[in-house]
Design a protein around this ligand. Sequence first.
Ligand code: ZN
Length: 239
Amino acid sequence: MLQIETILCRAGIMDNYAYLLIDEASRISAIIDPSEAAPIIKRCQELNTRPSYILNTHHHFDHTDSNLELKQLYHAQVVGHSADAHRIPGLDIALSDGDTFRLGDSQAQIISVDGHTIGHILWYFAQDKALFTGDMLFNLCVGGLFEGNISQMWHSVQKIKALPDDTLFYPGHEYTLHGAQEALYFSHNSPDVLAYLRLAQNRLQQGLPAGPFTLGEEKKCNPYLSADSEAEFARRLGA
Ligand SMILES: [Zn+2]
């Protein structure tokens, strides 16, 4: 089993989330998308762990900015997509779509999702029902198209929709309230979206992340996952 700790980084700037994953059997740990070292180091000290790996979802600086500092501090290996080998700082292990990665007794599958960038990946721990989505999928919205096109993004969304409904997903930013307006608009204020927002706002008011939510909830409430054709998806993206 995997222990998952959410760490808010760059708070109030871009509200990034890094994640500390600890394989409970072996105590081997990893950090996903370190954008600010201080809060991550603090949490690792509190939990008495030294991450062996840094796992990146994509190359953007607000997901990789602390790769080198943490790599040096913990003698960690940096893992990312082979397509990003030239632009993820300190990359040691390059993986491709469909590859698996072992973290002690836990195992992740790499799912390639072009769109936000070319070379963006999801880290999917099927046994733990946990999906780390970087800037591909946020609560109630999806990432912007920086490098890919709409067809690529649509194809990537279908890969997420094919995963089990009881999977919890962990995004790269706290953007729930950004996504709320469009989710309400496109769903005509559906009871499902209103219930989702009530739960998210409740957690945020307690100083917690809005999530995690299940993919089942997201498929119902996220207007980009509920779009039933590529044309409708493109319309909703405003393309
Ligand atoms: Zn990004």
